[in-house]
Design a protein around this ligand. Sequence first.
Ligand SMILES: C[S@@+](CC[C@H](N)C(=O)[O-])C[C@H]1O[C@@H](n2cnc3c(N)ncnc32)[C@H](O)[C@@H]1O
Length: 311
Amino acid sequence: MRHTSLLSNRPADEPVSHCIFYPGSKEVLTELPGFPQPLMHPATPTFRVATFPGKGMGLVSTRALKMGDLILTERPLIAAPQAMPIYRPKNCTDQEHLQRGLAELERHLMIALQRMRPASTAAYLALANSCKKEGLIVGIFLTNGLELAGLWPGVQGVGGNYSAVCKDISRLNHSCSPNTSTSFDLASLSYRLYAVRDIVAGEELTYQYTNVEVPASERRQVLKGYDFVCACAACKDAPASDVRRYHPSFRRSPLPRAHRNIVFRRRSCRQMPRTHCADRGGGFGTHHIARQSHSGVDVRAHLPLRCQRSE
Ligand SMILES: C[S@@+](CC[C@H](N)C(=O)[O-])C[C@H]1O[C@@H](n2cnc3c(N)ncnc32)[C@H](O)[C@@H]1O
């Protein structure tokens, strides 16, 4: 593993990302023409951090937004592999292998936090940890990680082999009918958060942590890993909502053509301990990475807007 502070040679007010990379990933970025491109921000502020009863902190819109509007652009504080490549002795159980992987991840994250700018370290440590069984540092990483694909040399498409934590985007709370989605721009090393429907001023900005096309009971299982029970309208009226979610109109996108490259991404790594290592055999992380390859999908097939309006 290589630790790299990307763009640390920039002015002090420019965001720096601390990256824990496999060999070759940094070169994927530095060989991009014009890397690093400047960050593209919205013309006027769009959000603030607020507290939501029963959810902790989250983001709220400070002005009306139109579907497709850019809400914010952000470089991650830290990016690291979703699964650490560690040796697995013959008699090692899944659980032991998982714990060793997490301990190794924690060790690398500690190094990262020590090397980061103090303000970035403080911002990371201020994030939520819903994964209390693990150490604080790794717990924050598992709670707040977003998928970061496209940096694994030789892997095309949305491999999702890295996970990244951001100061603001990681504050988004979950909804099964989310009003935002992200894309990741490699050339500027930044996430872009977009509105996927019209949003009124003062509305909470929400994001999907899991596949929202599956029935509520399946979503509930995944969300258990984040230590909350979703109380959105779709979950409250699950039988009716499940029926609507199977309807073909659920998959039809009303996004204008210009915005159809927006990609829905889910939270990246929270399922890693529970679904892979607890439920399946095999090498640490393999199944998880396979799952993530389904998570960056064309928004055309996934915008649940018609249903959102009726839910
Ligand atoms: C990535 S953090 C989101 C920001 C977090 N609320 C905070 O205070 O920083 C994920 C955690 O937020 C909380 N959360 C997210 N969405 C929620 C929801 N719809 N209902 C209740 N809690 C939620 C859960 O504790 C979850 O583990």
